[in-house]
Design a protein around this ligand. Structure first.
Ligand SMILES: [Zn+2]
Length: 173
C-alpha cells in the first residue's frame, strides 16, 4: 500500500490553530536541490509534522524527516549510503522583522506572500544541513590494505601525513 504524500504547501496558521498533524512521504526526486548532492534521486523521505500554538501563543511546527540517500564516497568513488534524520522546530512569522522577535528555541520560518509554508522546501533545507560535507564509507577498503594483513601496526605510521612530512624533511637534510 502506498503511503500518503506530504502536501507541498500548507497554511501554517490554520494548521497550528487546529493542532493538525501530517504524516507522509516525499519522493527524493521531488527535491531537486537535495538530489543535486546525491548519486541518484531514488527513495523517499518519511516525515511527520505536528503544528500547534504554544503557551506564548506562538504558532509553530515540530517534526522529523528521515531517509536514506546515496552520495559519492570521496575515497573509492563508489556510492555510500547516508542515513539522514532531520528535526524541524519552526515558528512562523510574517516578515523578517517579526521573525526577530521569536524566542530562540525556534528556527524562524517566514511564510510566503500567500501566507503559506512550503513544507517540502522546509524539510529539504533541514535534510541538506544534515548532509556530510564529504562522504566516506566507514569501512572503505583501499586495495593496498590487502598487501599484508599482519602489518597492522605499521598502518598508523603509513597513513599519518606528518610522518610523510618528517620523511621529506629528513631527505632534505
Ligand atoms: Zn568508499
Amino acid at each position: 500500500m502506498s503511503k500518503a504524500q506530504l502536501p507541498v504547501k500548507v497554511d501554517p496558521r490554520r494548521c497550528a490553530d487546529q493542532g493538525l498533524s501530517y504524516e507522509g512521504v516525499i519522493q527524493v526526486q521531488q527535491l531537486q536541490r537535495l538530489a543535486s548532492y546525491l548519486v541518484d534521486a531514488e527513495g523517499e523521505i518519511e516525515a511527520q509534522l505536528h503544528y500547534s500554538v504554544d503557551e506564548e501563543r506562538i504558532r509553530h511546527v515540530n517534526g522529523e524527516a528521515k531517509t536514506e540517500v546515496r552520495m559519492l564516497c570521496q575515497r573509492c568513488l563508489e556510492p555510500v549510503v547516508i542515513t539522514l534524520n532531520a528535526e524541524l522546530n519552526l515558528a512562523f512569522a510574517g516578515s523578517e522583522e517579526s521573525a526577530q522577535n521569536l524566542p530562540g528555541r525556534y528556527d524562524p520560518y517566514i511564510v510566503d506572500e500567500d501566507g503559506k509554508q512550503n513544507v517540502h522546501e522546509a524539510i529539504e533545507e533541514e535534510l541538506i544541513l544534515g548532509l556530510p560535507l564529504i562522504a566516506y564509507h566507514d569501512d572503505c577498503v583501499i586495495t593496498t590494505k590487502f598487501e599484508d594483513p599482519r602489518a597492522g601496526s605499521d598502518e598508523g605510521e603509513k597513513s599519518n601525513p606528518f610522518a610523510v612530512l618528517a620523511q621529506l624533511k629528513a631527505n632534505k637534510d
